[in-house]
Design a protein around this ligand. Structure first.
Ligand code: GLY
Length: 408
């Protein structure tokens, strides 16, 4: 099978690693990719969010499947254009991608599907925002209605900061704060059926102990030894299945990765948000444990044939990924810091997230720069291996959290 993978982050490096290890994959292409992905795939410098450009490349390369990593190409309709051209695509069409593209739309789908989520108000003016903040009280949860690269959500006790975020966004969703631990569950969907991956937990705040502003994610681990063993089935029954049914009823079946971000509150589980693509960095931990060859599963989903795939097989144990970010992140990150990486090991390796080659030398090129992955018999061993290899990474301009893998 020939595959084109779209995207350039740590999530895509993890996807490329799994796809390259699948014996059914004869050629792996990536666009635009990064230097880590470039060791596994042929890189193509093209705009992954341009439907016409991606269709032309997929035809020229003769690929059997296009795997779409980030949300921007999905929202731009890249999956629709590929399907119209008769090319299998793993990722939802533009209308289904609105589940991530608009928080207000996602709330509407959840209401119609009976999926438990926080009570919310959609606000377009400062007056509406102020009224909603006062209705729900602190801590205030203000979400940009539109895509904001993981930085659209502000959770704060400071009413002025909440109002300022609402004013900077335009249309926002203000909602009730959900207590309890957060969980990410990914489901591979074929429009009708869904297969769950292992649940994971990510660390959204920039600093140890969940201090500081939200980021795209500073680390993750999987699975969740502390969670009820029935949690995945419960999420599939109460969240994923009714959402897929509602999307089908609306004539926009969901094909691709449905990511449910959930809070396990004192009143039961609640959806915090949906995303329509693999989560970053949870994917780096989850795929480290997947034993079933990935390409066949994604292709079956893209073709509406998930019934041909059995349950997924997983390694025993746990995986942890620790993100190294450039100083300044999630504000303006320090650019072009030099990086020297240790060799990968079986159970400890480095994924590239925002890197580039500069005259043959590896340098930082983004906010989140690297993800170091450790695997082990349990989360403690996985954590020790992830931090162990990270201690051998030379990246003076970078920083990382030191508490990834400690449940929170
Ligand atoms: N882990 C957060 C995200 O992928 O949006």
């Amino acid at each position: 099978m020939k595959i084109l993978l779209l995207g350039s982050g740590g999530r895509e490096h993890a996807l490329a690693r799994s796809l390259a290890a699948d014996p059914s994959v004869s050629e792996l292409h990536a666009a635009p990719g990064n230097p880590g992905i470039g060791r596994l795939a042929t890189l193509h410098s093209l705009d992954p969010s341009s439907p016409a450009v991606v269709v032309e490349a997929a035809q020229r390369l003769g690929v059997d499947l296009v795997v779409i990593g980030p949300e921007a190409p999905l929202v731009a309709g890249v999956a629709d254009a590929l399907r119209e051209a008769g090319i299998d695509a793993f990722g939802p069409g533009r209308e289904a991608a609105v589940l991530e593209g608009s928080k207000a739309f996602a709330k509407d789908v959840m209401r119609a599907a009976g999926v438990p989520t926080a009570d919310a108000r959609v606000c377009e003016t400062a007056e509406q925002a102020a009224a909603a903040l006062d209705e729900f009280g602190a801590p205030y949860v203000v979400k940009n209605d539109a895509l904001a690269a993981g930085k659209g959500v502000v959770v704060t006790d400071d009413r002025e900061a909440a109002l300022a975020h609402a004013a900077s966004c335009g249309r926002v969703v203000i909602e009730d704060y959900l207590d309890g631990p957060e969980v990410s569950l990914f489901a591979i969907c074929d429009g009708e059926r869904a297969l769950p991956l292992l649940p994971a937990q990510d660390y959204k705040r920039v600093g140890d102990g969940d201090a500081g502003p939200n980021t795209g994610g500073m680390g993750a681990y999987s699975p969740l030894a502390w969670a009820d063993p029935g949690l995945t089935d419960q999420i599939m029954d109460e969240v994923i299945a009714p959402t897929l049914a509602e999307m089908r009823r609306r004539g926009t079946p969901f094909i691709g990765l449905l990511y449910a971000g959930l809070a396990l509150t004192s009143k039961g589980l609640r959806v915090v948000e949906f995303n329509v693509r693999f989560g970053d960095p949870e994917t780096q931990a989850v795929l480290a444990l997947l034993e079933t060859p990935l390409a066949g599963v994604l292709r079956a989903a893209a073709r509406g044939e998930l019934d041909s795939v059995g349950e997924l097989d997983w390694r025993e144990g746990a995986a942890v990924v620790v993100v190294s970010a450039a100083a300044g992140y999630p504000g303006t990150p320090a650019a072009a810091g030099a990086i020297v990486l240790p060799d990968d090991e079986d159970d400890a390796y480095v994924l590239h997230a925002g890197t580039r080659l500069d005259g043959g030398l590896l340098v930082a090129a983004g906010g989140r720069v690297l993800g170091t992955v450790g695997r082990g018999a349990d989360v403690e061993e996985a954590r020790a291996r992830a931090y162990g290899i990270l201690s051998r990474v030379e990246y003076a301009d970078g920083f990382h959290r030191s508490d990834i893998g400690v449940p929170h």
